[in-house]
Design a protein around this ligand. Sequence first.
Ligand SMILES: [Zn+2]
Length: 396
Amino acid sequence: MCKTLYIWKQQKMLIKMKKPILSKSWLLLTGGEFKLAQYWLKQPDVQVEETEHGQIICTLLNRTESIVYEGLSVFINFLKYLQEPRSFEELLSWGKQHEISNELIEETLQTLVNDKILLVGNLPWKLTVDSRLWSYLAAQTSSLDKLYNSEQAWNSSRVGIIGVGGVGSRVAHELAAMGIPSLILIDHDDVSSHNLTHQPLYARDSVGKLKVNVLKDILHNRYGTLIEGLASPITQEISPLLLERLNTCSIVILCADEPSVDILASWITPHLTKFNIPHIVGGGYHGHSTSTGTTVIPGLTGCWQCYDSLIEKKETYRSFQHIRGVSGSFNPLIQVLVSFIIADTVSVITKLTKPLLTNGVGDFNLETGKFNWRAGSRDEKCEICSHITNHYVNFT
Ligand SMILES: [Zn+2]
């Protein structure tokens, strides 16, 4: 998509705008009154180039959009100056130095906010490190305040992961790489030789060691993540210690499939829901499909219990003789599941993107490339979650 907008044909004159300046989106509503925002900042993903014909091309890298402005080099300098959060006074003073009127500065700011080139708000958020994650997330909003609060939430979060096999170990690895400061890993399994092909964080020399300890060493050494490893089995009677630790998490992810994803979820999700802790059920891949979701945000979405009728119950029976089969693992299928889980974890913690796996349960089928989503809704009479009130703001 490409639109043309004329800004500074001559240094001091705004000659033509494609759309009239009517919106007041750059004014913030505080305490019932409109107030001038305190800071402006160029979106980190905006790439600016000046052509030899005097056009300024702003490419919004994360948003596959380019906007072409007619202008002079001073416009690029203005955007260069806005690579740090700038107050209105600073911008006016910059204008004065470059002989640009206050009105033109105001109109230009308005245009650039409308075109999603600038972030605006009262908190001086900026990309603190060379973080591709935060450049991506910044492009989801125009609000510096939202970004500031989301980054604070991310940097003070703790994620609990139950089961660190094919899915859980990857989820832990990705989150640690993305800067999650603290993880609680729960798994009582040792690394086995048959894990090595599809759980690549575990090396040959880690066979026989507790998975949580191996991961703790790797992720702490690599990313400095604070990691608590608990080698406790999950049983129907969840231990008070485990519940106490889970209660300290911002979100808990269920990635274990023993005895089965559904049974494990039915044991543990009622506790998490009652504690008001968001959680993602997403531990199973079998055949060529993965069970994905649900993501539960207590008070906002339905809980595992609400979707009981959507879950296929498998009959269990006692066997007297059996030949043990070897269940298959296909790394691409695991990666798909991990991607859904990570996307929803980012969403729940930062609230800058929408969670994908709420209000239902589903399966992604790698053979067809299709998602089979069984939609559900919050059960107003659910004994687990109906009384919980929503403390969440809306997702962007
Ligand atoms: Zn419920």
